[in-house]
Write a protein that binds this ligand. Structure first.
Ligand code: GLY
Length: 388
């Protein structure tokens, strides 16, 4: 039960103590699960729970290689989130279903001298950041992953990265939410629903839900292919392979059953989710140079999702105004950041400060909306105290 406003001074004394979550992607479901497990009465609003960008994602838990050293704040947030993943996955499994965490690490590979120089630069920068990585020759890389092609001439091994099966994760979160008593409402919210505390977790659609998110959260389209290895073809790699191919990046993320997620394009074309022929050609051309056996694989699915991006590529997690929290803007890192985001949101619901590591995600950094005085704190402000 939500019993009192803290920083905001909003009275919740006459309330029914409800928490409404708008959006049932990985962020909304993680927040809903944690809040319901802590005793809050939680309603989730989404016409199609477990769909959207979370359904399309590759499921990489890859703070180093997703935020290659140009984005230290994104990297630090991701590293804090990755530390939480083993417990998060174990608790989800205990709650009913296994999100299939794989902890085999990432290999980043280069195919030509320009890409090799880029890889060496990344290795140097990571080492300066105190994150030394192992550099392998092409031959050494093929010893580790025999399906890599002969054009691979350099690789960086990042052993402590991981991945989950995003769809198994969504299924597990739905089971866990239902088990914790979360109520699902299958409608699209055009404005925040009425509740004591509302959590806006509508991904790329969040910008329409609050003036402080308007023009701050934009969709960045990503197209992926889902492939399946066929009998007779070399088996997929056992760990995530990221590649720089002629300056373009792609990744191949293994799944159980000889399957592989190949991604991803990045384009800013509004809310368009068509998969273009050019995108499919680009992904397959690059992937085949990295992993020639891909040419023999079956294409099971081609699909696009909309990443919710913010101007600085950091998520927005915290209070927008009394009784309204944002948990959005996770851009390429929604799956990775889910446990940390849910932890921040639960802390705020309880009237506590969120973990310090999540400080850079505060909405206080968003530009003010005229007449809005609710964002003058430079830390996560408290929302309400739970007495479940
Ligand atoms: N996290 C992978 C991507 O956004 O493409």
């Amino acid at each position: 039960m939500v019993s009192s406003g803290i920083s905001s001074g909003n009275s919740l004394e006459d309330s029914s103590g409800t928490v409404a979550v708008v959006g049932a992607g990985v962020i909304g479901l993680s927040c809903a699960w944690r809040a319901a497990s802590a005793g809050f009465a939680v309603r989730v609003y989404d016409p199609a729970p477990g769909s959207g960008a979370s359904h399309v994602a590759a499921g990489m838990l890859a703070p180093v290689t997703e935020a290659l050293p140009t984005e230290p704040a994104v990297f630090a947030l991701g590293a804090a989130a990755l530390r939480r993943w083993p417990d998060f996955a174990a608790e989800l499994t205990a709650a009913g279903a296994d999100p299939r965490l794989r902890t085999d690490g990432t290999l980043v590979v280069a195919l030509d001298p320009g890409d090799r120089a880029e890889l060496d630069r990344i290795a140097e920068q990571l080492s300066r950041m105190g994150r030394p990585v192992d550099t392998l020759s092409g031959r050494q890389a093929r010893r580790v992953e025999p399906s890599l092609g002969p054009q691979v001439c350099r690789a960086l091994s990042v052993p402590d990265e991981a991945s989950v099966d995003n769809r198994a994760l969504l299924a597990a979160l739905l089971v866990a939410c239902r088990g914790a008593g979360v109520e699902f409402h299958a409608h699209r919210c055009l404005r925040p629903p009425s509740a004591d505390v509302v959590i806006l977790a509508a991904g790329a659609h969040s910008g329409a839900l609050h003036p402080r998110l308007h023009r701050m959260i934009r969709p960045v389209k990503g197209e992926i292919l889902r492939l399946r290895g066929r009998p007779g073809a070399l088996a997929p790699p056992s760990r995530t392979i990221r590649a720089i191919v002629g300056g373009r990046q792609c990744y191949l993320v293994p799944r159980d059953g000889g399957r592989l997620v190949l991604g991803a394009t990045r384009s800013e074309v509004g809310f368009d989710t068509d998969v273009t022929a050019g995108a499919v050609r680009e992904l397959l051309t690059d992937a085949e140079r990295v992993l020639p056996a891909v040419a023999e694989y079956a294409v099971e699915e081609a699909v696009a999702g909309l990443r919710p991006a913010s101007p600085d590529n950091l998520p927005v997690i915290g209070e927008l105004e009394p009784g309204v929290l944002a948990a959005t803007g996770h851009y390429r890192h929604g799956i990775l950041l889910a446990p940390l985001t849910a932890e921040v949101v639960l802390a705020l619901l309880r009237g506590e400060d969120g973990p310090g590591e999540a400080g850079p995600a505060t909405p206080a950094r968003l530009p003010p909306v005229s007449g809005d005085a609710s964002h003058d704190s430079h830390r996560h402000s408290r929302v309400a105290r739970s007495a479940p």
